[in-house]
Ligand binder design. Structure first.
Ligand code: NAD
Ligand code: TYD
Length: 353
């Protein structure tokens, strides 16, 4: 089996669901603290699936992590668990330091102890796959080439600094202890189960609810966007075939300015769910104060993973964003539970008791 951390969040849940879709998939132990970003409703399709074992807990809990490793004997760990929202990291960085840095350190140490005690064959096939972000590389000027794995790190937000620190720990555990790691640095994801504090789901839901669509600053900041299903397939590929100690950049070859993304969402909604008054959703766009220290541009050069492992994204931005918008239109119960916060009551009723 494999141990996934943070598997009730956006990308982790998509990964667990897609992993278990394969009929011969190994079982998954899913360790998640269920912060505001963790939502068991994301995993409701697995309620009666014995291949999914959910454990409520913290990657920073040494006793729990060590016990899970010795009880379940996973052959790999995929570490998604993190605080992930830049704006929250600006308002309150402490949790980011705790989970992203101290938590990853604890996970590495527990895993290293476990790995050291494995028999030769198990030891050789063990993998620690650390999930990271392109934000660790810092901000690009418009004429700069896209981030390569060899770029130096230059994180600018408390979030990206905490992820950069965790990447450095993972790297050091490989070089110092020979601990078998791979790291992937991915661009901005979007797709089903995305918590509506991030740009794309926020814009979809605010548009449908007649609320303003907040665009920070001039809206000309550029991100590379990758459909979450493509990120999950890249992770499976790296987990299966990645070279130990290597890092792989993952991206969608889809650089877009934020304002363009917001306008595309508005146009698709105009088509799929026109406003009752017949006006365009773009009328709701509102320019607001910029994020402090806002990185201007991220771009990923994903040629290494393509050349070495044969991975390329399947979705274009057009196909991926349509699927995403349709998913939000088709899942009003999920949306309602998240927007009202009742997903947390559900969790207490259904799980914690
Ligand atoms: P998310 O915020 O949606 O989910 C994070 C999950 O981790 C939640 O389920 C939360 O409950 C859990 N968690 C938080 N602290 C924990 C702890 N101490 N112990 C155990 N579980 C804990 O995040 P996401 O968008 O799914 O991102 C997942 C990973 O991918 C993160 O490491 C993030 O840095 C990385 N990443 C995200 C993006 C993106 O666009 N969202 C892009 C590149 C990389
Ligand atoms: P976000 O989804 O928070 O991801 P990240 O900051 O990790 O890239 O934001 C994506 C981009 O959209 C980023 O440049 C900030 C911008 N943004 C807005 O303009 N308005 C918003 O309301 C939000 C949440 C983000």
């Amino acid at each position: 089996m494999i141990l996934v951390t943070g598997g009730a969040g956006f990308i982790g849940a998509n990964f667990v669901l897609s992993w278990l879709r394969a009929s011969d998939a190994e079982e998954v132990i899913n360790l998640d603290k269920l912060t505001y970003a963790g939502n068991l409703a994301n995993l409701s399709a697995l309620q009666n699936d014995p291949r999914h074992i959910f454990i409520h807990g913290d990657i920073g809990d040494k006793d729990l992590v060590s016990k899970l490793l010795s009880d379940y004997h996973p052959r790999a760990i995929v570490n998604f668990a993190a605080e992930s929202h830049v704006d929250r990291s600006i308002h309150g960085p402490a949790e980011f330091i705790q989970t992203n840095i101290v938590g990853t350190f604890n996970l590495l140490e527990c895993a290293r102890g476990y790995w050291a005690g494995l028999q030769r064959v198990d030891k050789e096939r063990f993998r620690f796959h650390h999930i990271s972000t392109d934000e660790v590389y810092g901000s690009l000027a418009s004429s700069d080439p896209a981030f390569k794995e060899t770029n130096s790190y230059g994180p600018n937000s408390p979030y990206s600094a905490s992820k950069a620190a965790s990447d450095h720990l993972v790297r050091a555990w490989f070089h110092t202890y020979g601990f078998p790691v791979v790291t992937t640095n991915c661009s901005n994801n979007y797709g089903p189960y995305h918590f509506p504090e991030k740009l794309i789901p926020l814009v979809i839901l605010n548009a449908l609810n007649g609320k303003p669509l907040p665009v920070y600053g001039d809206g000309q900041q550029i991100r590379d966007w990758l459909y979450v299903g493509d990120h999950c397939s890249a992770i499976r590929e790296v987990l299966a075939k990645g070279i130990l100690g290597e890092t792989y950049n993952i991206g969608g070859w889809n650089e877009k300015a934020n304002l363009e993304v917001v306008n595309i969402i508005c146009q698709i909604l105009d088509e799929l769910r026109p406003r009752a008054d017949g006006k365009p959703y773009a009328d709701q766009i509102t320019f607001v104060k910029d994020r402090p220290g806002h990185d201007r541009r991220y771009a990923i050069d994903a040629s290494k993973i393509e050349k070495d492992l044969g991975w390329r994204p399947q979705e274009t931005f057009d196909t991926g964003i349509r699927k995403t918008i349709q998913w939000y239109l088709d899942n009003p119960d999920w949306v309602q539970a998240v927007v009202t916060g009742s997903y947390r009551d559900w969790l207490e009723k259904q799980y914690l008791n």
